[in-house]
Design a protein around this ligand. Structure first.
Ligand SMILES: C[S@@+](CC[C@H](N)C(=O)[O-])C[C@H]1O[C@@H](n2cnc3c(N)ncnc32)[C@H](O)[C@@H]1O
Length: 300
């Protein structure tokens, strides 16, 4: 059977939750269920784990047993679903952000420039605009912002202009259509890296990844019990910056708030001052783990 996903920083991320066997936990990025299985091993019959994923393929990996509930939803609705399940407070939450291997390796989904196919890129194929819709409908300025802000591409303005010019002749529909527009702007040495940046930018936009992350973190902070833990793995600097700032200050801009006496007001205590990354052995076994960064905090 094909591997759906190999969990990254598995023990580090789950150890970071400091699991209470009878606690209530949430894995907001269930995927292939690697982290969830490890959490479940550490729960007794009164503990419970909720696993969220917005992708219907992930639901097929759902786990059996009284202690597990799968929630097919975007994690930005975390509080609503916890409320619906009668849960007021949680002991810990794990997020392993981004897309699974299955997304990258499935040629029908449009996440990778290794395959031609429809340019979709939605994690939830039942809602929202596809990547092709974004390219065919967004104003030039919006497209330039997407490639600059989410892909950190210097040629974002010229790329946006070329997209608008190309779509006048015919709809952009496939990965190949998009690559044909991009290629003239990339040097041969940097072509792969820059294509990855352009694909990442489009994927972040299509899935509203940064907005969903902020929403989920805000709600998670409200749901956590004092002493409860958040364990978050990021894969690119935009999401890592948000997580880092929020963990340090409770604010996405990283602005520290102080009380009248100058005491720092923050909802969390950092468990790891230095970010945790995969060791050489893990990267050798699983090169896709290379960019992972794990941060853990405890609610005060
Ligand atoms: C890196 S994978 C997680 C892999 C998982 N930890 C494992 O061990 O198999 C990320 C998963 O989170 C899901 N996901 C990403 N953003 C989401 C969101 N906003 N709401 C719900 N699920 C999301 C993706 O569909 C994907 O299956």
């Amino acid at each position: 059977m094909e591997t759906y996903h190999i969990p990254v920083l598995l023990h580090e991320a789950v150890d970071g939750l400091n699991i209470r066997p009878d606690g209530i936990y949430v894995d907001v990025t269930f995927g292939g269920g690697g982290h969830s299985r490890e959490i479940l091993k550490r729960l007794n019959e009164t503990g419970h784990l909720y696993g969220f994923d917005q992708d219907e393929d992930a639901e097929k990996n759902t786990l059996t047993g009284e202690q597990f509930t799968f929630v097919r939803s975007n994690f930005c609705y975390l509080s609503n679903f916890m409320d619906w399940n009668g849960v007021e407070k949680i002991d810990g939450l794990l997020a392993d952000l981004g897309v699974s291997w299955r997304h990258f390796d499935d040629e029908t989904r449009g996440f990778s420039f290794r395959f031609d196919g429809d340019l979709d890129m939605r994690m939830n194929r039942q809602a929202g605009k596809t990547a092709a819709d974004v390219l065919n409908t967004c104003p030039e300025k919006t497209l330039a912002d997407i490639f600059y802000r989410y892909g950190e591409l210097k040629s974002s303005r010229t790329i946006a202009k070329a997209i608008v010019c190309a779509r006048k002749n015919r709809n952009i529909r496939t990965v190949r259509d998009f690559l044909d527009i991009l290629k003239p702007f990339f040097s041969r040495e940097k072509e792969k890296k820059q294509m990855a940046q352009a694909f990442q930018a489009l994927r972040i936009e299509v899935n509203g990844e940064l907005e969903a992350l902020k929403e989920m973190l805000r709600q998670a902070a409200g749901l956590l019990k004092p002493g409860g833990r958040l364990s978050v793995i990021t894969y690119h600097s935009l999401e890592d910056r948000l997580v880092k700032n929020f963990f340090k200050t409770g604010d996405f801009e990283g602005v520290l708030k102080k009380d009248f006496y100058g005491n720092v007001l923050t909802p969390f205590r950092l468990i790891n001052n230095k970010v945790i990354v995969p060791d050489r052995e893990e990267i050798e076994k699983n090169p896709r783990s290379r960019s992972a960064k794990l941060r853990i905090v405890e609610k005060i």
